[in-house]
Design a protein around this ligand. Structure first.
Ligand SMILES: NC(=O)c1ccc[n+]([C@@H]2O[C@H](COP(=O)([O-])OP(=O)(O)OC[C@H]3O[C@@H](n4cnc5c(N)ncnc54)[C@H](OP(=O)(O)O)[C@@H]3O)[C@@H](O)[C@H]2O)c1
Length: 304
């Protein structure tokens, strides 16, 4: 972003990704926070009333993120994750703002065995994935030009419940952990995703940041950390890193197939995202997932 002050309306402002956005926002970015119970992205009147504060950027971190809960809360999931982003696109069009929306690797079926590109066919296996895909479609079909949809995966960070914190808690309670080893993806630190979102926003002001940057920087991007692992490998790394600073009870971590840990929502077996488009557009490198996990532990140690 340029040095001019920018107003950024942050929706879902109390959530995990939004916590990193607030921490890492550039100095010229003035954040206005909105979240339940005062603000609901499915409430048309409330959304359109944001016009009065004239944000330059609308950043949507609001979502119904309980993946298994979505299976029984179909209507709520479709409203929050699907129709809500459509309303935000209408708002952005009305005031000529940039909309940044966050989506998920769960829009894919997981049939591939090499990283998913932005243009790969989708095939969500769960209601959550379907509802997030609907959100993408609502934005694209709205006709809004100035949007970034950023698909990400396996998020963890400060300010939210996540797999890293769950593994640490369980490792303090139990001697043995069984973790699914046949779903592969990439963990993503919310701080890295927040930095990536602000980097994408710089393209709005400097469309020729890289010689390979296309004329319009807007559109769909994938961003996760670099590399890939199974949930079991992620858990093993979490325990290895956590044991350096925490007293843990766990002695064994066992790999299991998905069938041994059945959940209501089906997950893709493979959902690694290709970051090529992001890297070419921004000229930036993407941190490797273990390296980012170490930084998260460094950050976390100062706070817990
Ligand atoms: N977490 C992951 O592993 C992951 C992976 C891929 C993509 N994503 C996507 O990344 C984004 C951020 O995820 P996150 O993990 O930071 O989510 P989060 O921690 O669950 O935060 C979501 C926030 O949105 C709020 N919210 C829910 N419904 C709302 C509504 N109708 N109106 C306004 N606010 C509402 C939530 O409030 P309540 O807490 O009160 O419900 C919460 O504060 C989401 O779009 C998510 O789909 C997440």
């Amino acid at each position: 972003m340029t040095s001019a002050k920018r107003k950024l309306a942050l929706l879902g402002a109390n959530g995990m990704l939004a916590t990193a956005i607030k921490k890492l926002a550039p100095i010229n970015c003035q954040i206005q926070s909105y979240d339940l119970p005062d603000f609901d992205i499915t409430n048309r009147t409330q959304v359109l009333a944001l016009q009065d504060s004239v944000p330059d950027i609308i950043l949507n971190c609001a979502a119904y993120t309980n993946v298994d809960g979505c299976e029984t809360q179909h209507e709520l999931a479709m409203q929050v994750n699907g129709e809500g982003p459509g309303l935000l696109a209408q708002l952005a069009s009305a005031i000529d703002a940039v909309l940044v929306h966050v989506s998920t690797d769960f829009v894919f079926s997981g049939d591939k065995r090499e990283p998913y590109h932005e243009e790969d066919p989708t095939g969500p296996l769960s209601v959550y994935g379907q509802s997030k895909f609907l959100g993408e479609q609502r934005i694209i079909e709205s006709g809004l030009k100035k949007y970034f949809i950023v698909r990400t995966s396996w998020l963890y960070g400060l300010g939210g419940s996540n797999f890293v914190e769950t593994m640490i808690r369980l490792a303090k309670e139990r001697t043995e952990l069984k973790v699914v080893d046949d779903q592969r993806g990439t963990p993503t630190w919310t701080d890295d995703l927040a930095e990536a979102i602000f980097t994408l926003l710089t393209l709005v002001d400097a469309p020729h940041a890289s010689p390979l940057t296309p004329p319009s920087p807007y559109g769909l991007y994938h961003f996760s950390n670099e590399g890939a692992c199974s949930w079991y490998q992620f858990a093993a790394e979490i325990i290895a890193q956590a044991s350096k600073s925490e007293s843990l009870k766990v002695e064994n971590i066992l790999p299991i197939p998905t069938e041994e840990y059945p959940l209501p929502a089906h997950r893709p077996k493979y959902s690694v995202l290709s970051k090529e488009k992001y890297k070419v557009a921004t000229g930036m490198q993407v941190p490797e997932w273990r390296e980012s996990l170490r930084k998260y532990f460094g950050d976390r140690t100062h706070r817990v």
